[in-house]
Structure formats: C-alpha cells, structure tokens
Design a protein around this ligand. Structure first.
Ligand code: 5GP
Length: 209
C-alpha cells in the first residue's frame, strides 16, 4: 500500500486552531467537563481549557481521560479486532455514570478520521449514563441526563464509517483532505519537524471555523 500524503502540524498550528474554535464552543455548548480521548486528545483538551477558563471564578474545567485504540496493535487484540474495531485501553474510574450525571461533557480528540472512535466513545459513555439514570426515579431522569458534544482539532473530509447522532453538537477546528496528519507530540526531533512543517503550509486546512 502506498504511503499516504503527510501533512505536518506544529504546536502553534494546533494552539491557534483551538483558539479559533473556543468562543464557539463556549457560547454554543458551555461544557463543564472534558473527556479527552488518549493520547491525541490530551494536548488539545489542556489547551482548550486555557481558553474556556472562567475569568471571574478562575475555575478550570476538569479533564477526564479515556483510552481507545483503533490503529495500535495491543497485546490480546485478535486479528478480527485489529484495524476494524475500537479497543478500550482506559476508562473513567469507578462509577463512571455517576461522574457524568447532570454534566455538559465535551468529548475531545485530535482527529476524526473514519469516525469509528468517536461513535464508540459516545455510545459507551451514553450507556454508562443510561445505567446510572435507571437507578433514579423516573421524574428526575430528564434533568440529570448528561449532555454530550464533540470537539476535534481536525476533521478529514471523507466517507465516514462511524455515525454520530445529528443532535450531538460537533465542533471542528479545521477541515482537511484525507491526508495523514503528523502531530508535533509524535515527533522525535521537534526542530526538524517544525522546519518540515513550513513546507506543508497551504495543505494544512481546507477551511477553519
Ligand atoms: P477514527 O476512529 O476516526 O478512524 O480514528 C481516530 C484515531 O485514529 C485518532 O484518535 C488517531 O489516534 C488516529 N488517527 C487517524 N487519522 C490520523 C492521522 O492523520 N494522524 C494521526 N497521527 N493519527 C490519526
């Protein structure tokens, strides 16, 4: 198989894309909790928190982490799972549903490629919420149901295999062609990475929000 076209992004590229989307996220969703999908969602979540910090209370939005893997080969992953299925490598701590009840949770990842990871994450988190709601009297359930939204730094413009409910708010920093994105946190030599990233200017986005 041919190596896909690569586009390199610098830390500053990512930071500025997130900054450019933060007002929209704050005004349209106003999250009170982040769920970062590791490892690519960790850095974006931390940066977004800076822009969403409440200037009057100085309160930071808590970041919870989940680990999902689609591309990595993990010990114990069967041949059928590899490449096709999403595998949980880390989840919210004990009583995940309890942590989520009543919250406005923003699920964060660096890139939406096939969308399988996002579909899986949202479905599983929703299952945790529903299990917890079952334990409440029916009259309280609607007010406690978690509101979810999604933020990705990049969305690849391609046919998606995963589906997301149309009523789940979906925020994108930048749309890109179906290329392979090289993120700065994956680089060994960051100066070399940044130098090469300059050559990729013009291919980094098709539009920004
Ligand atoms: P999806 O489930 O949408 O196909 O893939 C999501 C995950 O695959 C991302 O969280 C990321 O870890 C990995 N991934 C997909 N496309 C890229 C890419 O262009 N660059 C990098 N570095 N990771 C990618």
């Amino acid at each position: 198989m041919e190596d896909p076209e690569h586009v390199r992004l610098t830390y500053n590229d990512i930071h500025n894309i997130i900054r450019g989307t933060s007002d929209k996220i704050a005004s349209e969703f106003n999250p009170d909790m982040f769920i970062a999908i590791g490892g690519g969602g960790f850095f974006p979540a931390r940066v977004l928190r800076t822009f969403l910090k409440d200037s009057s209370t100085k309160r930071n939005i808590p970041i919870q982490a989940i680990g999902l893997s689609l591309y990595e080969s993990l010990p114990g992953t069967t041949a059928e799972q590899l490449g096709g299925e999403v595998v949980r490598t880390q989840w919210l701590g004990p009583d995940p549903g309890k942590r989520l009840l009543g919250r406005r949770a923003l699920i964060i990842d660096e890139v939406d490629d096939t969308r399988k990871t996002l579909q899986y994450a949202l479905n599983e988190l929703q299952k945790d919420v529903e299990a917890e709601l079952e334990m409440l009297p029916e009259s309280e359930r609607d007010s406690k149901r978690t509101k979810f939204a999604i933020f990705v730094v990049h969305n690849k413009l391609k046919t998606k295999l995963g589906k997301l409910p149309p009523d789940t708010p979906y925020f994108v920093g930048a749309e890109v062609k179906d290329v392979w994105l090289d993120y700065p946190w994956e680089a060994i030599d960051i100066e070399e990475h940044d130098r090469l990233a300059k050559e990729d200017e013009g291919r980094k986005t098709t539009s920004t929000n």
